[in-house]
Design a protein around this ligand. Structure first.
Ligand SMILES: Nc1ncnc2c1ncn2[C@@H]1O[C@H](COP(=O)(O)OP(=O)(O)O)[C@@H](O)[C@H]1O
Ligand SMILES: [Mg+2]
Length: 353
């Protein structure tokens, strides 16, 4: 019984997630995915239709299924007169009425930060803002027609490619306009939403909050920068809990902790071997009091790479607490070897599991 009801929940969830991409063949896809009959899937779909969560259109063979949701979308001219809080209040907030306060706060933060980015950094002429309230959650999108976020950073930092901008962006405290900005918007927005995707310059960079992982893939160029943010309105996350996570003193919200997805430093099939690759990982890490290197997805590192990060950089910056997590046994050994040679290991240094 428990198994049956769990599977019913899973089928339902699968249908809601996949109907948007497969309106015509969702029954076949779900039946194959779960190894159940089409009748079983149809039974769950009929229930969703009866609950008015899904709408069916057309007759038997040509029937398509759609999520019943509400959507709002508008284009705005990107001028100095655009006020992000007004867009929030007039376009998005009315759609999200009834959403729990913590999720609403996150949506407001993300939408206004990303819209402000389009206004202040994109050099574009138009931005499209859309918000959808779907059975699977809330989705917000901000899409400008400007220069593209990765290219902008590539040029500002003198990098070799838009791809190299990705790692820099994930570390936070990166801004191309330090007089008026602080480089926190993308860092915190990406960690507040369940999923956050930045598309630009033929690349898609996605953050998944549950696993803490970043994914980068090639993407057809959307023109400008497109940001998509999704969240379950029942999330337990709050803006404060996310600010706290990256603050070394609980409660003061100082942004002084960062999380570095080391795997993003390896471009293509590259292994992380050299001191120059280590310097890429380390650039701007001195802006933080605690740096957590996440080795998920890194199969091996070289001795010079480990030495540069865990001995040379640590000795040059003894006040910074360097931590690491999700290292496989081989990587762990390389790190331990480099650390054992340093005279300045931080006393609180621990391996995060
Ligand atoms: N829509 C955009 N178009 C072009 N560049 C962008 C866009 N959004 C962000 N950026 C670049 O990414 C950097 C980091 O953005 P963010 O984390 O919001 O920090 P901040 O806005 O404080 O600079 C910006 O300084 C800018 O160089
Ligand atoms: Mg910003």
């Amino acid at each position: 019984m428990a198994k049956t009801s769990r599977q019913a929940g899973e089928i339902r969830h699968f249908l809601l997630r996949n109907i948007p991409d497969h309106p015509r063949d969702i029954i076949r896809i779900a039946a194959e995915h779960f190894g159940v009959t089409r009748q079983t899937v149809s039974y769950h779909l009929r229930k969703l239709v009866a609950e008015k969560v899904v709408r069916a259109r057309g007759r038997t063979s040509g029937r398509t299924f759609h999520l019943v949701g509400q959507r709002t979308s508008r284009n705005y001219e990107l001028t100095g007169a655009l006020e992000e809080h007004v867009v929030w209040r007039e376009l998005v907030a009315p759609l999200l009425e009834g959403t729990p306060a913590n999720a609403l706060g996150i949506c407001q933060y993300g939408l206004t930060e990303m819209l402000n980015n389009a206004r202040d950094h994109s050099a574009g002429t138009t931005v499209q803002v859309s918000a959808s309230r779907l059975p699977v959650g809330i989705e917000l999108k901000v899409w400008d027609d400007g220069v593209g976020v990765f290219r902008k950073i590539e040029e500002a930092l003198g990098l070799h490619s838009a791809r190299e901008a990705v790692l820099e962006l994930t570390k936070g405290k990166l801004t191309t306009d330090p007089a008026r900005h602080s480089g926190e918007g993308i860092f915190f927005t990406s960690r507040m939403f369940d999923s956050f995707t930045l598309r630009s310059d033929g690349l898609a960079l996605l953050h998944d909050v549950e696993s803490g992982d970043w994914f980068i893939e090639g993407w057809s160029d959307v023109g400008g920068t497109q940001v998509t943010m999704s969240i379950d309105p029942e999330t337990s996350r709050t803006e404060a809990s996310v600010f706290d996570e990256f603050s070394s003193e609980a409660g003061d919200y100082a942004f002084d902790v960062t999380h570095v997805p080391v795997a993003l430093a390896a471009i293509g099939e590259e292994n992380l071997i050299s001191r120059s690759q280590a310097r890429r990982v380390l650039s701007r890490c001195n802006l933080f009091r605690k740096v957590i290197f996440d080795f998920n997805g890194v199969s091996r590192i070289g001795q010079a790479f480990a030495d540069e990060v865990f001995r040379v950089f640590q000795e040059a910056n003894p006040e910074i607490n360097l931590m690491h997590m999700r290292a496989n046994p081989e990587v762990e050994k390389m790190i331990a070897r480099a650390r054992s040679r340093t005279a300045a290991a931080h006393p609180e240094q621990l391996t995060l599991v």
